[in-house]
Write a protein that binds this ligand. Sequence first.
Ligand SMILES: *Cc1c(COP(=O)(O)O)cnc(C)c1O
Length: 364
Amino acid sequence: MNDMTGAAGAALLEIDLGAIADNWRVLAASHAGDTAAVVKADAYGLGAAKVVPVLYAAGCRHFFVAQLPEALALRRLIPGAVLAVLNGLAVDEAGAFAAHGITPILSALPEIAGWRAELKRRGQSLAAMLHVDTGMARLGLSAHDLAVLRAEGDRLDGVAISHVMTHLVSADTPSDPVNARQAADFAAVCAQFPGVGTSFANSSGMFLGPGFASSLARPGAALYGVNPTPGAANPMRGVVRLTAPILQIRELSPGESVGYNGIWTAKRPSRIAVLGVGYADGWHRSLSNKAKAFFDDTEIPLVGRVSMDLTTFDVTGTKAQPGDRLELLGPHHSADALAIEAGTNGYEILTALGRRYQRRYSGA
Ligand SMILES: *Cc1c(COP(=O)(O)O)cnc(C)c1O
């Protein structure tokens, strides 16, 4: 680990595209239906333009993003694949969706009307998905909206519905009774759309059992190595490794403090390693006095306040020298482990990963 890779002083983010493809293959093999890849937010911060072609090569043919501009940026990389937008169809977007062959996920009656009007203008029948709310109360057609669609069947005339989808509230908590309740409600909704595909489970939902199967699973986080089964061993391969070189080592005497507000004070003669990573890099300020890093196999505590561009670690008792790298994320310290230290989840750790890191991709 202590080879001087990359520019001196630069933190290095290594992303294993082969591990992402392997994770997709494992999930795809675990059920009978199709398996999509959720690549919103730049593939959870890891670089959608790199990730998407690798997943396509692995066999993935359905991709989900959150917003139309994300879909437009990816369209030419995967011309044959279904590319769907989770956040729905804004009033002025129907033309762009249709022109670029992007699948809207209609989640309100006005969106259905807008898509239908666009198809009528074009004299075409283009696919859309329908998003049904079964408990998130975020996006999705309500029970009332579904009753309107039942009563007024022509509202969907010309709309080729490929899938009906819903989203789980607590898939990461298998014991939560809301899961079974949503499965029952979703089954009832799907019965209203015979012959139409269904899309139910996210990453964690794929581990809840056969009652959560559908014709199109929508994993995101698990592809990127986040544990879809919190509390049990992670079945996915790790994908990211973040290392940063020590810029300087400060010698502190007992009673001396480090960083803003002096929130950590040396109790013994201490060697403090300064790294050029801070909260502007998504190395959250809430990690102050909490996180750890690794010097080879040795655990190193973060001491003091994380500042915008710098963080300090107590390397007392190790042989660490300026230029040596500490592992901030990687095989010793997963995104999930860092998330616990930061008081967040692995998703936020990944999507916050900084733009200043030097990035290196492998395994494509
Ligand atoms: C983000 C998202 C997913 C993927 O969820 P993961 O937990 O990352 O697997 C699936 N479906 C919807 C509607 C989402 O918003």
